[in-house]
Design a protein around this ligand. Structure first.
Ligand SMILES: [Zn+2]
Length: 310
């Protein structure tokens, strides 16, 4: 075969193999948070484009709705949200104003990732928001348990297959690979924390109950009197007394909260105050779902050793 024929064959091959991809454009996926975007990207690979609305260093309960978010939503085939009313303060008007019928509540492209996940702190009895509670339907920070990460991944897979049935094998291979990686990493993470099982911590907001449950931490109090309510002097005083009584030496603070009260608590109790992201993108090192747990667990262990906490 001479060079010209070779080239012609190569070109023909390239052309025919690239046709199906060109015929079917990438799925456009918008996730409300970087955590969901990271998991979606693991499953979707280069068959999707995915962007997050809220950044991991922002409080996901209180995101400033920008016109640029509406533009993103206008182009979306699929919207993935955390649900449990995490985004209730900012997402509904954006969805409505996008006028995109594919992602309206209940439409095919609307995926509430919480529906199959294990949700903690589900209120019993009458649901009330009278005291400003931002967790009226249970704790919405459920992605902080890797087992829930697997459940979210399966839901995303189902949705992608529904939109792109011809890509099932591709998505399935990526899903299985993700599930395997999470299982392997989870064993390693649980082993890392095993020597410190039952260690007592205080957190600013209730972002970590699923994380604590999976990795054996004992959360004994919160800097916020209620989820979404800033600290009050009386609550802070009660918390300091309780921490002294129980010898709590660790305070976990999400990156978007003021450190003034946590630092005062640290000074009063001798506790280590650590900024611990509950989301991908919360600090620059945490660029995907795996790095989130790697980073947080390493940070926690360093603080435990430094504080001499038990
Ligand atoms: Zn919350």
């Amino acid at each position: 075969m001479n060079i010209k024929v070779c080239l012609a064959v190569l070109l023909a091959l390239l052309f025919t193999t690239s046709l199906p991809l060109e015929a079917q454009s990438k799925l456009t996926v918008i996730a409300t948070t970087e955590d969901l975007a990271s998991i979606a990207s693991e499953i979707g690979g280069d068959h999707i484009s995915v962007e997050a609305i809220a950044k991991g260093y922002q409080d996901p309960h209180f995101v400033e709705a920008k016109p640029s978010f509406i533009l993103k939503l206008q182009k979306a085939d699929i919207l993935i949200l955390v649900g449990r009313e995490l985004e209730i303060g900012w997402l509904p008007p954006l969805i409505q104003q996008s006028r995109n019928s594919k992602i309206q509540v209940g439409a095919d492209g609307y995926l509430d990732a919480s529906l199959q996940a294990r949700i903690l702190e589900v209120p019993q009895g009458q649901i009330t928001r009278a005291e400003g509670d931002v967790h009226p339907l249970g704790n919405p920070h459920y992605w902080m348990d890797p087992e829930n990460g697997k459940i979210i991944a399966r839901e995303i897979f189902d949705k992608f297959v529904r939109f792109r049935p011809n890509d099932r094998a591709y998505f399935e291979q990526r899903l299985n690979s993700f599930l395997g990686h999470v299982s392997d990493a989870e064993k390693r993470w649980i082993d890392m924390l095993a020597p410190y099982k039952g260690i007592k911590v205080v957190t600013y907001h209730r972002s970590f109950p699923n994380f604590a449950d999976r990795f054996g931490l004992d959360i004994v109090g919160y800097v916020e009197p209620k989820p979404g309510i800033p600290p009050t002097p009386q609550h802070t005083l009660d918390l300091i007394n309780e921490m002294k009584r129980m010898n709590v030496k660790l305070v976990l603070v999400e990156p978007y909260f003021d450190l003034k009260t946590p630092n005062a608590i640290g000074r009063a109790t001798g506790a280590e105050v650590m900024v611990m992201p509950p989301s991908v993108g919360g600090v620059k090192e945490v660029t995907d779902y795996f790095k989130l747990f790697d980073y947080d667990l390493n940070l926690l262990i360093a603080a435990i050793k430094k504080s001499g906490a038990k």
